[in-house]
Design a protein around this ligand. Structure first.
Ligand SMILES: *[C@@H]1O[C@H](CO)[C@@H](O)[C@H](O)[C@H]1NC(C)=O
Ligand SMILES: *[C@@H]1O[C@H](CO)[C@@H](O)[C@H](O)[C@H]1NC(C)=O
Ligand SMILES: *[C@@H]1O[C@H](CO)[C@@H](O)[C@H](O)[C@H]1NC(C)=O
Ligand SMILES: *[C@@H]1O[C@H](CO)[C@@H](O)[C@H](O)[C@H]1NC(C)=O
Ligand SMILES: *[C@@H]1O[C@H](CO)[C@@H](O)[C@H](O)[C@H]1NC(C)=O
Ligand SMILES: *[C@@H]1O[C@H](CO)[C@@H](O)[C@H](O)[C@H]1NC(C)=O
Ligand SMILES: *[C@@H]1O[C@H](CO)[C@@H](O)[C@H](O)[C@H]1NC(C)=O
Ligand SMILES: *[C@@H]1O[C@H](CO)[C@@H](O)[C@H](O)[C@H]1NC(C)=O
Ligand SMILES: *[C@@H]1O[C@H](CO)[C@@H](O)[C@H](O)[C@H]1NC(C)=O
Length: 479
């Protein structure tokens, strides 16, 4: 359907209309719209994904959900919205709305989802939580919100996801959110936060259920409180099903005698930097865990403790002033798919334990200047290019043109069997996984196949390895 919502609609079924869904059309606006939606019994209205312009029509008194995201609405939210305190889900994201978010949202005690991202809202965040709050999802990303985060957020005991990225706040890291036992996602990319993370009274066990933490592009300084912020059991990979998706909400319209006559689902989504690309995740698996501390001024070491965060898939600490040696316990993070340690001041060698990371697809230690010694040989490391290591004159070995001297090889890291010409005892499982870089199931699959077609399969793998070595030799510049 396209064109305007016709004016006759405003006089239709005023007393009886309970639910209206005309989302995902090409509707462009409203003909002579009333300020307040006229349907007094309306419970749910979904107008999202159209091209509606004009102001936001005020929800009627008893509405439970109002979804009007991804349109072209302009202007401010009318204060009359304060009457609609039965709202459970309000989604006005992806419009051109401006003005301030109404402070009375703090009185919406049954609101579960507040989604207002990607508009032009300014001013401070309402003091949600001052009054009772059931909020589970707050997404106000990509606006121009200012000031400090209201402390009342610490009262939102059901909060699972707080997405604040791309705003203009001026505050320090909210350690006081660490008491929220259900908080899973905390995204604060590029929101003007700064300073050292304040020390908390209890130095551990904050943020018990946190899985996704994005602090990238702020002005944080000092040491990152790994033990306090990341000690939750979720990060440690405990008690996860791995099959469920996080945070999906379905809102029902119930009709006595008929049951649920309509529903509207809000799927939870987030945009994250993943594997070097800004990626939109429409759904998030329960066992997806990521930490992005990049582009701040964090200093100090990465503690051995990091090896406990077994669930991690992505760790980005790029562009800080972290120093010291890389902890060998990084090799314990066997789910890692992306590890970015570039643009810091790390020194010493790349721990050979990283060879255990068989799902690693993206790896960078570039521009640390003081890293030395031989680059680990084999496994996924046969797939990373020169750019992963550039800006470290002390590193040697494949894929860099610089050969390692005897002393750099050291007794504890003999050259991998994968490099040996006549090796039947090839490190073939990993070699195969590395060859088809990115095919994360490589290793698992190989184990399965080998059990059934052992000899044939070994032949094939040996062939693949020979091919890979030839390719490698062709890539390697002669010196
Ligand atoms: C809607 O109804 C009111 C009175 O019930 C009437 O005055 C008005 O003209 C009607 N509007 C339209 C567009 O039919
Ligand atoms: C809605 O709010 C306005 C002012 O905020 C008030 O005057 C009006 O009576 C309210 N309407 C209802 C139906 O409660
Ligand atoms: C919240 O409700 C209380 C009591 O009704 C009222 O006094 C207060 O002004 C409301 N807050 C906002 C921000 O509207
Ligand atoms: C909290 O919100 C409810 C519902 O809007 C309101 O009735 C109540 O007065 C508010 N209480 C305070 C202290 O603001
Ligand atoms: C948290 O809630 C309590 C009671 O509901 C309230 O008294 C307190 O002021 C709230 N805290 C903040 C920081 O708003
Ligand atoms: C970070 O802080 C420094 C010094 O206080 C300031 O010059 C710089 O503009 C800030 N950067 C950001 C991204 O806020
Ligand atoms: C695992 O899944 C079951 C059923 O799907 C669910 O009841 C349970 O809460 C889940 N466990 C966790 C830790 O999420
Ligand atoms: C890590 O963050 C930096 C800066 O934000 C970004 O340029 C880089 O692509 C990220 N690395 C990965 C592997 O996502
Ligand atoms: C973690 O890594 C360290 C150092 O590589 C190792 O000694 C330790 O056994 C590992 N722990 C587990 C549980 O894998």
């Amino acid at each position: 359907m396209h064109g305007q919502l016709p004016k006759w609609m405003w006089n239709t079924s005023r007393e009886s209309l309970r639910f209206l869904d005309i989302s995902h059309n090409l509707l462009s606006g409203f003909d002579q719209p009333p300020v307040v939606l006229p349907w007094v019994s309306l419970i749910g209205l979904d107008l999202s994904f159209n091209r509606l312009s004009g102001p936001l029509l005020v929800p009627s008194l008893h509405m439970g959900f109002y979804h009007i995201s991804s349109n072209k609405l302009t202007g401010e939210i009318s204060p009359l919205i304060c009457n609609a305190s039965s709202l459970r889900s309000l989604d006005v994201s992806n419009n051109h709305l401006n003005g301030m978010l109404p402070q009375c949202l703090e009185n919406f005690s049954v609101l579960i989802v507040l989604s207002a991202g990607n508009n032009y809202f300014h001013g401070t965040l309402p003091h949600i939580g001052t009054n009772r709050s059931d909020l589970v999802i707050i997404d106000v990303s990509r606006n121009k919100l200012q000031g400090k985060l209201p402390r009342s957020l610490a009262n939102c005991s059901r909060l699972e996801s707080l997405i604040l990225s791309s705003n203009k706040f001026d505050d320090v890291f909210p350690v006081w959110l660490g008491t929220l036992s259900k908080l899973k996602v905390l995204a604060m990319r590029n929101i003007g936060f700064h300073s050292a993370i304040p020390r908390h009274q209890s130095n551990h066990d904050g943020f018990p259920d946190l899985r996704i933490l994005d602090l990238s592009q702020n002005n944080f300084t000092g040491q990152f409180a790994f033990e306090f912020i990341l000690s939750g059991k979720a990060m440690r990979g405990i008690d996860l099903n791995g099959s469920e998706y996080l945070l999906q909400y379905r809102f029902f319209v119930y009709e006595p005698g008929l049951g649920d006559i309509a529903s509207s689902r809000l799927e939870y989504s987030i945009t994250l930097m993943n594997k070097g690309l800004e990626r939109y995740f429409q759904k998030i698996r329960e066992d997806f865990m990521a930490i992005d501390l990049s582009s701040n001024r964090f200093e100090g070491k990465i503690p051995e403790f990091i090896g406990n965060l077994k669930g991690l898939r992505s760790l980005n600490v790029s562009s800080n002033i972290l120093s010291g040696r890389l902890p060998p316990s990084l090799g314990n993070l066997t789910n890692l798919e992306a590890l970015d340690l570039s643009h810091n001041n790390f020194l010493g060698e790349i721990p050979p334990s990283l060879l255990q990371l068989s799902f690693l697809q993206q790896f960078s230690v570039s521009h640390n200047k003081l890293l030395t010694g031989r680059i680990p040989v084999g496994n996924q490391f046969s797939t990373f290019g020169i750019t992963s290591y550039e800006g470290n004159p002390g590193l040697c070995g494949f894929p860099l043109p610089k050969k390692c001297s005897r002393s750099e090889e050291g007794p504890e890291h003999p050259p991998s069997t994968a490099e040996e010409e006549d090796g039947v005892e090839l490190d073939w499982k990993f070699a195969a996984a590395g060859l088809v870089s990115g095919l994360v199931v490589g290793v698992v699959l190989a184990d399965f196949v080998i059990a059934r077609f052992s000899e044939r399969f070994i032949e094939i793998v040996a062939l693949l390895i020979r091919l890979m070595k030839t390719l490698k030799r062709m890539r390697r510049p002669r010196s």
